[in-house]
Design a protein around this ligand. Structure first.
Ligand code: HEM
Length: 353
């Protein structure tokens, strides 16, 4: 499953051949391929050589997301508008990237409709359900649904896992506990190394759940939430928010506040999520831990995200040791729509003996 693309490098290290995975984020490629099977009944196939369209799409998608979020961070907010008018520089690249993204998403919509026509039967996947609703049946709307699901699901989990593997490399004691938990789950369920863990087995992995959650607290994939108010409103504390005012909160800062998480709030400590009385996972109020947002518009894919992240981590750690060269230094942050690692996380993969 973990194939390389042309941006990954293979290097020789003292006679031992190791693979450095950087450039395009390998975790994102795995996420992309696995998720496709759920919301859309299509295999994006961006891992292998046959997935040229998928790889091109991912590159364009990343470029577009980065350029759009740079607009928000720009000191001279009007400079991008001039570039857009003249169709030059980053805004030209954005326009070209959007064309590639639209082409790929349109292809998925077309493929789903063609499949249904040829079999005279609509599939059960999410996109097919939207196609079945008459008011939703506009090509632009369906394309936007495809794009928003990719944005909501692909970059978030891959960002989370990249930071998780970096934190894990710095905390061998946490890795050992996860390995112990995996061993005990295998003993209890009779699973063998290399076999895919099912939902019931993943549910037993409380410590892994805690370790991923702790990593999300420190490196939330959606670090800043920005919203616009639809109509005049008053917050519970009496603060007035007017129509079309912008509001935002910073989940990254919130996850590191001593007043919320106590002393040692910047320490990676999965134990803070474990209930000492029974060893189970102890969740937090989403308003205290708004990594998946809170309230009515909370993330719809939270459970699915945990299933995917836990099954990927368990499958990798069962068989491999993920070594991060230069792990002491925190990787550089690339603030795009999500909290990404600039250039991807470079790792060496060794078989676990
Ligand atoms: C670690 C992984 C994830 C994180 C941290 C995350 C976080 C978030 C956040 C903060 C929001 C609120 C965004 C907003 O309203 O501006 C959101 C919304 C959403 N997420 Fe996730 N998400 C993750 C994974 C997923 C996955 C795997 C899916 C499904 C494919 C998904 C689907 C959605 C959808 C559909 C919404 C919109 C909900 C609505 O507006 O009612 N997410 N997510």
């Amino acid at each position: 499953m973990l194939e390389r693309d042309e941006e990954d490098e293979e290097v020789s290290d003292g006679g031992e051949s190791v693979t450095k995975v950087g450039g395009r984020n390998m975790v994102a490629r795995v996420e992309m391929d696995s998720r496709w099977w759920h919301p859309f009944n299509v295999d994006a196939a961006c891992l292998g050589d046959g997935g040229a369209d998928g790889v091109e799409f991912m590159r364009a998608f990343d470029t577009a997301a980065t350029i759009i979020s740079e607009r928000f961070q720009s000191v001279t907010p009007y400079s991008w508008k001039i570039k857009k008018k003249l169709d030059i520089g980053s805004q030209k690249l954005l326009r070209e990237s959007i064309v590639t993204v639209h082409k790929f998403a349109d292809g998925i919509v077309r493929h789903t409709i063609d499949q249904a026509r040829s079999s005279n039967n609509m599939n059960e996947d999410l996109l097919s359900r939207f196609i079945n609703i008459e008011e939703m049946n506009s090509p632009e709307l369906l394309r936007d649904i495809v794009i928003s699901f990719i944005l909501a699901g692909r970059d978030t989990t891959s960002s989370a896992l990249s930071w998780f593997f970096w934190l894990l490399s710095k905390h061998p004691e946490v890795e050992n506990k996860i390995i112990q938990e995996l061993n005990s789950v295998r003993e209890r369920t009779g699973k063998r190394i290399g076999e895919v863990y099912g939902y019931e087995e993943l549910k037993l992995m409380n410590y892994l759940h805690a370790a991923i959650t702790e990593s999300l607290r420190l490196y939330p994939p959606v670090p800043v939430e920005i919203m616009s108010c639809v109509e005049d409103n008053v917050l519970p504390d009496g603060t007035f928010v007017g129509k079309s005012w912008g509001t935002s909160y910073n989940a990254y800062a919130k996850g590191r506040m001593e007043s919320i998480w106590g002393k040692g709030c910047d320490r990676f400590d999965p134990a803070r999520w474990i209930d000492e009385t029974n060893g189970g996972f102890r969740g937090e109020n989403p308003y205290k831990f708004p990594v998946f947002h809170a309230g009515l518009r909370m993330c719809l894919g939270k459970e699915m995200a945990y299933i995917q992240m836990k099954s990927i981590v368990a499958a990798v750690l069962d068989r491999f040791v993920v070594e991060v060269p230069g792990k002491k230094e925190r990787p550089e942050i690339l603030l795009s729509m999500t909290l990404r690692i600039k250039g991807g996380l470079f790792v060496r993969i060794h078989e676990r003996t």
